[in-house]
Structure formats: C-alpha cells, structure tokens
Design a binder for this molecule. Structure first.
Ligand code: AMP
Ligand code: ZN
Length: 112
C-alpha cells in the first residue's frame, strides 16, 4: 500500500522517533506547528478515526497509553493538546490515522 506512515512504521522512510513499542510509533512532525509537535500512529494501517471498529479499537487504547509517555519524554509537564483530523472537512492530509501531540507553549484557546 502506498502509505507514507506505513513506510515510516516499517522503517522504509526515516523519521525522528520519540517513542516506539510493538504497536505504536511516535515521531516528530516534519512541519511543526508548536515547539513540540509529535505524531502518534498505530503501526498497523487504519485510515482514520472514522475506520475504528470493534475489531481494531484496541489500537486507540494503545495509542492513548503511549501519549503520556510521549508527553513525559518531551517534558510537557504543564499540559498539551491531542488532535486527530478526519477526512476532507477535518483537513486530514495523510490517510493513516495519527494523533498530533502539541505543546511546549500555551496553545491558542480556539481550536478552529
Ligand atoms: P494531517 O493534516 O492531520 O493529516 O497531518 C499530517 C501531518 O503529517 C502534517 O502535520 C505533516 O506535516 C506531517 N507529515 C507529513 N509527512 C511527514 C513525514 N514524512 N514525517 C513527519 N511528518 C510528516
Ligand atoms: Zn498506512
């Protein structure tokens, strides 16, 4: 499958890794929108949150178990924001589910 995040998960495309376990990878966003901007992905391809089912929802739990570890590793002791964009209206540009972890400064109050 021609999916850039699958290729990153497989190590075929390099990334700046922040955290990795058997199911989850976290790496720095190539175009950071905050002092800390990390993407947390399931290694197994899921197109977006809209594709979550009973059969694959464990991936979400695993990602959310990884996020506090990412935050701690990045020194986000004063809070952070987790965002996932879905589909056209959500401006999702990479169609492999990912959670943006943003922090390192006081983020704007408005989200859109
Ligand atoms: P989204 O717009 O929510 O789909 O987010 C996709 C994100 O992936 C954007 O913030 C991009 O900057 C980021 N991105 C795209 N390609 C790469 C890459 N090769 N390495 C790291 N981040 C990437
Ligand atoms: Zn993929």
């Amino acid at each position: 499958m021609d999916c850039i995040f699958c290729k990153i998960a497989a190590g075929e495309i390099p990334s700046a890794k922040v955290y990795e376990d058997g199911d989850v990878l976290a790496f720095r966003d190539i175009n950071p929108q905050a002092p800390v901007h990390v993407l947390v992905i399931p290694k197994r391809h899921i197109a977006s949150c809209d594709e979550i089912t009973e059969d694959n929802s464990d991936a979400v739990a695993k990602i959310f178990r990884a996020i506090p570890k990412v935050a701690a590793a990045e020194g986000l002791t004063n809070g952070y924001r987790v965002i996932t964009n879905v589909g056209e209206d959500g401006c999702q540009s990479v169609h492999h589910m990912h959670f943006h972890v943003l922090g390192g400064k006081k983020l704007p109050e408005r989200m859109s």
